[in-house]
Design a protein around this ligand. Structure first.
Ligand SMILES: [Zn+2]
Ligand SMILES: [Zn+2]
Length: 264
């Protein structure tokens, strides 16, 4: 029978080798994505018309169509008709949000939810291009031509960033933002206090959890900037409100919010 010490050593070696295997798998998928631009970003199927600007096959495209409307541009509250014009809800009219406009790519469900969770929790970096395409399409649909000039991702605390290895709100901004004339300020905000997971917390508990969690990077002049704050999922808005307050205090000219998904 294995001694406990030998078992622990064996298990450690096995976990490390699994980590290496996962990393190799991830990098080969990324490489495959670069070498095969004519493949669907979700399922990898060969596209019918490669090079025609498509990034999803006809089977996957319906699951990754941007929501055209049917939500409140303050808090993201969903209306039944997803094609309805954007309309500020009563509570956002009574107590305006700290941003002038919010938009998200889709509702946090089905394949979009699956992709975000795999990306964030399992480190499936092969999903970066798909999430970047989602954010860029959402930007073009709701913000393009609106005078926005800066992208700021919601930051992770350095401990979590070290553990995860990447910021899920930042990586999908690289590339397309510059093409749209948007400057990506990766360290515009800093998470100065680690915060416990928000899962299962109510709105007021989340707000309390987020108090004083963020600081604005001081060496940038924010006064002339029209900033789009970017996060992966909008749930109660507590994290985005805390970030928005800091950016408003720093004097940004205008503030908008762009997220991959809106929780139901
Ligand atoms: Zn596909
Ligand atoms: Zn609202």
């Amino acid at each position: 029978m294995r001694s406990p010490r030998r078992y622990t050593m064996w298990r450690g070696r096995w976990l490390r080798s699994r980590g290496v295997a996962d990393a190799v798998k991830t990098w080969s998928r990324r490489l495959a994505g670069r070498l095969a631009p004519g493949r669907c970003l979700y399922c990898g199927a060969v596209l019918d018309a490669p090079g025609a600007g498509e990034s999803l096959c006809h089977r996957c495209a319906p699951f990754f169509a941007p929501r055209p409307g049917g939500f409140c541009p303050g808090c993201g509250q969903l209306l039944e008709d997803e094609a309805a014009p954007l309309h500020l809800c009563r509570s956002c009219r009574d107590a305006p949000q700290p941003w002038e406009q919010l938009a998200f790519f889709g509702v946090y469900q089905g394949p979009l939810r699956e992709v975000i969770l795999e990306y964030k929790l399992q480190g499936r970096l092969g999903h970066t291009a798909l999430l970047a395409a989602c954010l860029s399409r959402c930007y073009r649909l709701h913000f393009a031509g609106g005078g926005w000039d800066t992208l700021v991702p919601v930051p992770l605390h350095r401990t979590r960033l070290r553990r995860r290895g990447f910021n899920q709100s930042c990586e999908p901004l690289k590339g397309w933002g510059a093409q749209e004339g948007l400057e990506l300020v990766v360290r515009g905000l800093e998470r100065v206090r680690p915060t416990p997971s928000q899962t299962g917390l109510h709105k007021t508990e989340r707000e309390h959890n987020m108090r004083d969690a963020f600081a604005v990077f001081g060496e940038i002049s924010w006064h002339e900037r029209n900033v789009l704050l970017v996060d992966d999922v909008f749930t109660t808005g507590a994290t985005l409100s805390a970030c928005a307050r800091r950016l408003c205090e720093a004097g940004v000219a205008r503030l908008g919010v762009l997220t991959m998904a809106r929780a139901e």
